[in-house]
Design a protein around this ligand. Sequence first.
Ligand code: E4P
Length: 287
Amino acid sequence: MRPENMKSKIFLDGGDPGETREIIKLLGFLDGQTTNPTLISKNPEARERLERGDRFSEQEILAFYRDVVNEVSSLIPYGSISIEVYADASTKAEQMLTQGKEMFTWIPNAHIKLPSSHEGFKAAGQAIKNGLRVNMTLCFQQEQAAAVYAATAGARKGDVFVSPFIGRLDDRGENGMDLIANIIKMYQKGDGHVEVLTASVRTYNHILYALQLGSNIITAPFKVLKEWGEKGMSIPGSDYVYNTGNLKTIPYQELDLTKKWQEFNIIHDLTDKGMDRFSADWNSLIK
Ligand code: E4P
């Protein structure tokens, strides 16, 4: 059962409904799930097809993605399921929006993942006007989170998530958890319409510190959630200290949330690299 004193929501980061079932059994609850093209490419059924050399047509892979999220949605009907649009360096906001509108009809509890890029922010504003819920992914710096806030101004609480990718920052020696702390602090000055979804979680301690910081949502892969479950779903006390090791501090920036999203520095090389990787993994599935 969900720990009584836990304010954060816990999501599974994965593309295999089998894992969703196992985690629900282990934890006794699950608040939602995040998917992305890489995770769909790792789905066991998709892997099996690829190993047979039987790649998907474009229609087939979309139908496959739709079936996966439908199954996950039936397992977590009251949760949120994030579905990611295809976006490479040349994908325009209009194309993201068209995909997002279609994907939003797949299940009743979808959040549409759009990249924290120029075209992604353009699409986000339109998506909110069209009544979609969004999850702004591939966020690597505080200014991108400020831009998420500005681009989705006026949205209802619960309709917008921002996904800072902590593990990929750690991977290159920066303390990803600082970004979570900085965004939470910055959003305290706002109206609360954007929820912080800690993503790219690699370790049990990432979960503990995100809980201590009060991240609205934490998404973690099967292995890490399983470890947290097996250790009794512990909630860190006020004496918990996150060990940053040799990771470089990411300093807090004073940013004005009333500015337009175009006025923030939204360029980050890891966002570009992330889009390249997601689109390459998706394309690897297609004939
Ligand atoms: C979730 O929404 C993200 O897509 C995911 O956490 C990325 O994790 P990774 O950096 O391990 O690929």
